[in-house]
Design a protein around this ligand. Structure first.
Ligand code: ARG
Length: 454
């Protein structure tokens, strides 16, 4: 144990297992970030003269060879060394004894913050890209065009178009993207140098490590930096929780529309029953709905860990690691499968027209047309309401009724039509965000490659 000096006994194996077995599995995803972050730290130690030039070069070389031989998939972290941080240090020290100096002016508390900031940074980008792909799938869907039903209270309200419906999703997803990009700015601040709680008396250069790792700036107050573990996590989880509410709403709407026969969910996205040969179930959509609550629980988990937690590092914070990783990866999984399903949806125009007729969906348009002829809207509403009641009695739709005397034949046909040209939208996903995310990903990747190359 690297902290063994003040102990006369090692923790029993159950303690190690209890504290760290789950965590070390999650740390697999941090191996690269931990090692590349250590390269930046060690380079800074060399530059400021905290360690000697040769020591810096030796440790850097060892870290680079560690990165080249170990990755998320191959790197088996050993529980006996507790976590990724000490596993990396042990591996480096096995290559060069100078490895024993790499932890100078650093604590695992700021180190884990650093690793998590890098993890969140990359995964915000991945999430953003998945959102853009989902938007594009609605762009494709919108091209099919056609008529669609708008519901309020789950009852037929008015006719709309498929492009209008698709556009509403695209527009709404822009807000999620914007929220994510705002959070990104706060995540993209260098926490390294915060030490265990109060910084360090070594003459470190926090701007230098920030620059090497591609951070936009330095999170200045060290105590605040340590205290902010879990805050970025909670912010991102709040954002994905809001996002998943919409995704789950879309899933629910498609399940419902398909149950009514208005939409066919492509067979490749359905599964059958082991007992009932007739079944074709919309599992993907149901599982999206179900996983939404997982993401939202991850948000409460992160919030709950922080609730009432006093200043400084507390081991409770380790729990936020599972919450954020699960929240982000679950969300990405849901977005990616939904994005594949959307363009293949078949909206049955005949069934949709029948649904609209059965719901007297043109009623508002007729009332408005009548009001435009000078009839007070309240009277127009009353007359159309009576007409709907008559239709109901006769078992016919509004398209099959006699015109009001105020209307010409053409005007009546327009009023009872299910087509809504004012709701036809050309859905174009703004390429700006996709490019911004690609550029940012490339910028970070370049910073990492520079550290590994030299
Ligand atoms: N595994 C720990 C975490 O994820 C790393 C930091 C440990 N620091 C400590 N003082 N025990 O939070």
């Amino acid at each position: 144990m690297m902290w063994g000096g003040r102990f006369d006994k090692k923790p029993i194996s159950e303690v190690l297992k209890f504290n760290s077995a789950e965590n070390i599995e999650l740390d697999q995803h941090l191996i690269f970030y931990d090692a590349v972050g250590s390269i930046a730290h060690v380079k800074m130690l060399g530059k400021t003269g905290i360690i000697k030039k040769e020591e810096c070069e030796d440790i850097t070389r060892a870290l680079i060879s560690f990165i080249k031989s170990t990755n998320e998939k191959t790197g088996a972290l050993k529980l006996e060394y507790e976590d990724v941080h000490m596993n990396v240090e042990v591996a480096v020290t096995a290559i060069t004894p100078h490895g024993k100096k790499m932890h100078t002016a650093r604590s695992r508390n700021d180190q884990v913050l650093l690793d998590m900031r890098m993890y969140m940074r990359s995964n915000i980008i991945a999430l953003g890209k998945s959102i853009v792909e989902l938007q594009k799938s609605f762009e494709t869907l919108a091209k099919k065009d056609g008529v669609m039903v708008a519901y309020t209270h789950t009852r037929v309200a008015q006719p709309i178009t498929l492009s209008f419906w698709s556009d509403s999703v695209v527009k709404s997803l822009y807000r999620d993207l914007e929220r994510l990009l705002q959070a990104y700015k706060r995540v993209n601040q260098n926490p390294l140098g915060a030490g265990a709680i109060a910084g360090t008396s070594w003459p470190i250069d926090r701007n230098y490590t920030a620059k090497l790792l591609g951070f936009e700036g330095v999170q200045e107050n060290e105590l605040d930096t340590i205290n902010s573990r879990g805050e970025c996590e909670s912010e991102i989880l709040a954002i994905v929780s809001i996002l998943m509410n919409k995704v789950s709403g879309i899933a629910e709407e498609l399940i419902w529309l398909s149950q009514k026969g208005l939409v066919q969910i492509p067979a490749e996205f359905c599964t059958g029953s082991s007992m009932m040969p007739n079944k074709k179930n919309p599992d993907v959509l149901e599982i999206i709905r179900g996983r939404t609550v997982r993401v939202q629980s991850n948000f409460y988990h992160a919030l709950g860990v922080k609730k009432g937690l006093m200043t400084g590092y507390n081991s409770d914070l380790q729990e936020t690691k599972y919450a954020i990783m699960s929240g982000i990866q679950t969300t990405i999984g849901c977005l990616d499968i939904l994005q594949k399903l959307i363009p293949d949806l078949v909206f049955d125009q005949k069934e949709i027209a029948t649904e609209l007729e059965k719901g007297y969906a043109q009623a508002t348009e007729i009332a408005d047309s009548l009001a435009r002829k000078g009839v007070p809207f309240r009277e127009a509403h009353e007359r159309v309401g009576k007409l709907v009641k008559d239709c109901e009695g006769q078992g016919i739709g509004l398209s099959n009724t006699a015109a009001f005397p105020e209307f010409s034949r053409k005007e009546w046909e327009d009023a009872v039509s299910l087509k809504r040209s004012r709701l036809e939208r050309k859905v174009v996903v703004d390429k700006g965000y996709g490019k911004m995310l690609d550029d940012e990903e490339a910028r970070i990747e370049k910073a990492y490659q520079n550290l590994i190359a030299k």
